[in-house]
Design a protein around this ligand. Structure first.
Ligand code: MN
Length: 720
């Protein structure tokens, strides 16, 4: 039956299948590959490429490329299956049952990477895509399969629409070419680069191609003449060598023409002569031979054998002057170096008679360099992990906007971090967010590949609760900055009100504009600084007046003395002379418990002295018949004086609630005197707290803070 699948399929597929199987050396491997081939043919049955060929022909081409690169059979088998999960009914578990977990992991990696919608507008984006690509891949072989896949897609790109062609070519140029370079896959790099250039600028491509063809015909003799003496000299040392001239890639010539502003004919290093020998020592011997025949250019000599490039490239380059006065570049390397230079990282999977990975030993260093180069924080990988695994970027995630832009964030970032990463305005007004179309809390932990949507409302403002879960310093900074700004605005507003009231009471309200202008006399840098300090209670208007209005100095002090009193519990209140007693005893209404900051009025009682009530106190109305006993009073309480006050809290009865409230109160430097609680049916609790506070402002701050506790319904001051 197995043979029938291949025989009975499309003629092209039968042919391609047989050719593929012929390339496989052992019977065991051939059987495994054949199984995968049949599975793929069956599953892709009926699907066609844009070229009109059956879909599976693409999978076979990709497998062939990987055999060219000497990849192991697990990779080759995975290549045959690389599109079945993505494009057919087959599930990953089917692959695992049929071909084992190694193949399943590779196919899964390719499928995940397949789903990245690459879109690179700028270098930074390309860089992020590359990292996302690598972090999703998990195994370098996934990347190598993806490269083979991309190479085949680029080779058959002519069947796609012009727009699609351009898009894929750009993606290839910006993502795959740089990555191939980093992985040391030089041959693949220039193949992909030339294929992209062909798509993106066919005229430039064709013109260079034509020139290479015509000049290589005329250059043939020159090359042969340059090579001849070296070949015979090396022969005399009994060194086997393979020497040939080769043109550089079309795209690299294109780049040279553009960057140097020269014509094709004026560029001397369009081709190089490559010398391939067996051993490293022979590289240096060949170098000596070349320099003994042709004079070298000193500054054009590079020894990448002694010091390999970070992508693993090894070769000796030297540019010499040949007999006919031409500058010619020689590249000398061993066979092994040549292979590494062509297939780069794939060279690590060279198989020799079995599927076992080759020892990686000394070659591992460049991969180490690669990892640290790609790792944005420049932290050296502590030890090289299993070479197959890509565990880098564990501290970063990559998520998408609904438009497909890629945003890099620290691990555990939330939708709010995402919003602030896009721009502050978006962060400030965020109300809800969706991840992969599902509604999530703003504190949700994002994962690589998530698509994040932010819903905003112009009335939304940041609150201090956000600071508890945001991860990025940008979000933290923006939120704190906002909160500080709001606090400042609030205190300026209050400061302005206090100033106005104070000046009105002193009957100098008309001088308020003047007062505001002279803030520097009171030692403030700006008017807002002064107002906010007044608002926060850091300074008292009374203390500022003598500094700002020198003319009022003495007079006013006297006036102020007339209207202030409270810190001096026994003070003279001029103009009030009760039963000849000058020293008034001050007490506070038990009915309203006023505290500094409240609007108050004094009542001269019989026997109890001056009693201070809130102006809104209901008891005052009963006293209104004794209007002559009411006196205007003003607060002048020192900070160390505290007043009794009561708060009523309604909340859901939860463990730790009282504790949290107590913490908040003590954090505000307020003393708690008494607590009573009452839990109603349905788990609603009433809590009454009696405390001693210095001022209304302080009490309001405590109330505000308690209001912010989760599960608190209401907080209010009670006046009994
Ligand atoms: Mn594919």
């Amino acid at each position: 039956m197995s043979n029938n699948v291949i025989k009975n399929s499309d003629e092209v597929i039968t042919k391609k299948s047989k050719a593929l199987l012929k390339r496989i050396s052992t019977k065991k491997n051939r059987n495994q590959v054949e199984n995968a081939l049949e599975f793929s043919i069956k599953m892709h049955h009926g699907q066609k490429r844009k070229s009109g060929l059956p879909f599976v022909s693409h999978s076979i081409d990709v497998a062939n490329i990987l055999i060219d690169w000497n990849m192991d059979y697990t990779t080759v088998i995975s290549a045959l299956l690389h599109d079945v999960v993505e494009d057919t009914e087959v599930k990953l578990s089917d692959i695992e049952n049929e071909f084992g977990s190694d193949v399943a992991l590779l196919v899964d990696g390719v499928t995940k990477v397949e789903n990245i919608a690459f879109r690179s507008k700028e270098h930074k984006q390309a860089e992020n895509f590359t990292k996302l690509f690598l972090s999703l891949a998990k195994d370098l072989r996934v990347i190598i399969i993806k490269f083979a896949d991309r190479l085949n897609n680029m080779e058959t790109i002519q069947f796609l629409s012009p727009e699609k062609r351009k898009e894929i070519a750009m993606e290839t140029k910006e993502i795959f070419v740089p990555l191939a370079h980093r992985l040391g896959m030089a041959k693949l790099k220039w193949e992909l680069e030339d294929l992209s250039l062909k798509c993106l600028d066919i005229r430039a491509f064709n013109s260079i191609k034509k020139k290479i063809e015509s000049s290589s015909r005329s250059n043939e003799d020159i090359l042969t003449n340059a090579i001849k003496p070296i070949k015979s000299e090396l022969n005399s040392y009994k060194i086997k060598s393979n020497i040939f001239g080769r043109y550089k890639s079309i795209s690299s010539i294109h780049r040279k023409i553009n960057s140097r502003g020269k014509k094709f004919e004026e560029i001397y290093d369009l081709y190089a002569i490559r010398i391939i020998v067996d051993k490293i020592e022979e590289c240096y011997l060949a170098l000596g031979v070349i320099h003994s025949i042709y004079p070298p250019l000193q500054d054009r000599f590079k020894d990448f054998v002694a010091t390999p490039k970070s992508n693993g490239y090894q070769s000796i380059h030297t540019t010499v002057l040949t007999k006919d006065n031409r500058l010619t570049e020689f590249q000398i390397r061993t066979k092994e170096m040549d292979q590494t230079a062509e297939v780069g990282v794939a060279a690590h999977w060279l198989y020799k008679g079995n599927d076992k990975l080759r020892e990686l030993d000394s070659q591992v260093q460049w991969l180490r360099d690669l990892l640290s180069m790609l790792n944005s924080d420049n932290s050296e990988p502590e030890e090289l992990m299993d070479l197959l695994k890509i565990d880098m970027f564990e501290d970063e995630i990559f998520v998408f906007t609904p438009q497909g832009d890629l945003i890099k964030l620290p691990i555990n970032s939330t939708p709010l971090d995402f919003a602030f990463a896009i721009h502050g305005g978006l962060g400030f007004t965020t109300v809800r967010s969706k991840v992969n179309k599902k509604l999530v809390p703003l504190s949700y932990s994002l994962k690589s590949g998530d698509i994040v949507e932010i819903e905003t409302n112009k009335n939304q403002t940041p609150n201090s609760g956000w600071l508890k879960f945001v991860k990025t310093s940008r979000a933290k900074h923006e939120i704190s900055k906002y909160l500080r700004k709001i606090e400042l605005e609030e205190s300026i507003k209050i400061g302005n009100e206090i100033l106005e009231k104070s000046l009105r009471k002193l009957k100098i309200l008309d001088r308020m504009p003047d007062f505001k202008k002279k803030y520097s006399k009171a030692g403030f840098k700006t008017l807002n600084n002064m107002l906010s300090d007044i608002g926060k209670g850091a300074v008292i208007v009374k203390d500022l007046i003598p500094k700002i209005f020198s003319d009022l100095n003495n007079n006013l002090n006297k006036e102020i003395e007339e209207v202030e009193f409270i810190n001096r519990a026994r003070s003279d209140v001029e103009g009030i002379n009760l039963d000849g007693v000058k020293n008034l005893v001050v007490d506070y209404g038990k009915c309203c418990n006023p505290i500094p900051g409240d609007e108050v009025i004094g009542y001269i009682s019989r026997g109890r002295g001056l009693i201070v009530h809130e102006q809104s106190c209901s008891n005052l109305s009963s006293l209104s018949s004794k209007k002559d006993r009411l006196v205007s009073v003003n607060w002048n309480a020192k900070d160390d004086l505290a007043f009794r006050s009561k708060i009523h809290i309604t909340c859901i009865d939860t463990a730790g609630m009282l504790n949290e409230i107590a913490n908040i109160i003590s954090r505000n430097n307020v003393n708690m005197l008494d607590v009573s609680t009452d839990v109603k049916e349905g788990g609603i609790a009433n809590i009454w707290i009696i405390c001693k506070v210095q001022s209304r402002k302080k009490l309001d701050a405590v109330i505000d803070d308690i209001q912010k506790i989760k599960n608190v319904d209401s907080v209010e001051r009670v006046h009994d």
